[in-house]
Write a protein that binds this ligand. Sequence first.
Ligand code: ADP
Ligand code: CA
Length: 425
Amino acid sequence: MASKTAQKRLLLLMPTTTYRAEPFLEAAQRLGLDVIVGSDRCHRLADYWHIPLALKFRDPDRAVLDIIRSAQEQPVHAIVPVDDRTTVIAARASAALGLPHNSAEAADAARNKRRMRELVTAAGVRCPAFAVVESRDEARLAASRVAYPCVLKPLLLSASRGVIRADTPDEFVAAFDRIQRILFHSPDLPSSPDPDSTRILVEQFIPGREVAVEGLLTGGRLRVLAVFDKPDPLDGPFFEETIYVTPSRLPQSVQDAIIACTSQAARAIGLSEGPVHAELRVNETGPWIIEVAGRSIGGLCSRTLRFGLGITLEELILRHAFGLEVDHLQRQGEASGVMMIPVPATGILKGVEGVANAKAVPGIEDVQITAKPGQMLVPLPEGASYPGFIFARGKTPGFVEKALRRAHRRLRFDIVPQLPVAGGG
Ligand code: ADP
Ligand code: CA
């Protein structure tokens, strides 16, 4: 394996704060790749052997130029973005350097909820009816006209930040104001004045069960790596992700419809290469696209997936990026799942008790508390990160789900309450 990729160089684009650094760097090492890490701050990965490249992610034009300049001295053979913020930069730099990748337009549409809805709707794929509002006056007018319940959300954020359900016109306007405050305080929006960074999407609330599809596109063909059920009801007003369990317990015919819908949506958006992470709702009328992102599952959640020969999701993504065979790799073995631990309250974390007890629950593989003592915890819709993750594996999805819930009940978060801050942390 390593010999095939010897002398090959990878440019990994990742924010300093990502959880994915280690699994991607480990995968690159297993494949014998040279690695340049393009990152937005001087980071603390000093133990690793990679070459650092400082990039300004908030200024994509500049970041693309800096990548091209760096590649003239040190050619790269693939550029892999690790999260939402870097997908567009990777696509544009790849196009400039002649590397196979999603088109810049597709990467942009997968990042921008307005573009995504427009393209998916135009292709006739089922997704919520939507409208875009810009000003408070428009919001008031829309509030008196839309059908309820509806969902309001920013166009360019992720991880459910600023996603709010409204059941009445008053809730609509309050949600609009709240999202505006979140956007005003958001550090990761592009510094260039993109009008979509302050626009707000309003869409029909789709009731039903939610699933996530993890897949890999090669030449536009979707290979499904896993379908996850999200067994907790996600009815709002905020949409905190908690449990993901695979394989799905939905009937095969429903899963087939989910996969077909995902594939059509990816095609409509123009995504053709690399990972996709899609979210759908399913009810008695069939599947509905909520979102298709041109990246892999976030946080530490990729740990739930193992493929043939113990290969990780990150290794699969790198193998694909370097044109290596991936078709024979199937998800391995038993059911598995993860719980993104919900933020229990707004406040400063003092400590967490019961971790050893939670780990002792049969089926639990690991409990990772990623929040540090002294850290401010902010729930949705303002907050952006989970205090930790619980991982489980077992014979059936039902067993895995129960294990995650039991382990979670054994954790005690000691939090010094604080008043919520405008715009959150
Ligand atoms: P983000 O990119 O921030 O994750 P999403 O559009 O995926 O934003 O929304 C986050 C979550 O909010 C979804 O996973 C879903 O649970 C809920 N949600 C969003 N839009 C809708 C909708 N139209 N109907 C029902 N639930 C929705
Ligand atoms: Ca989402």
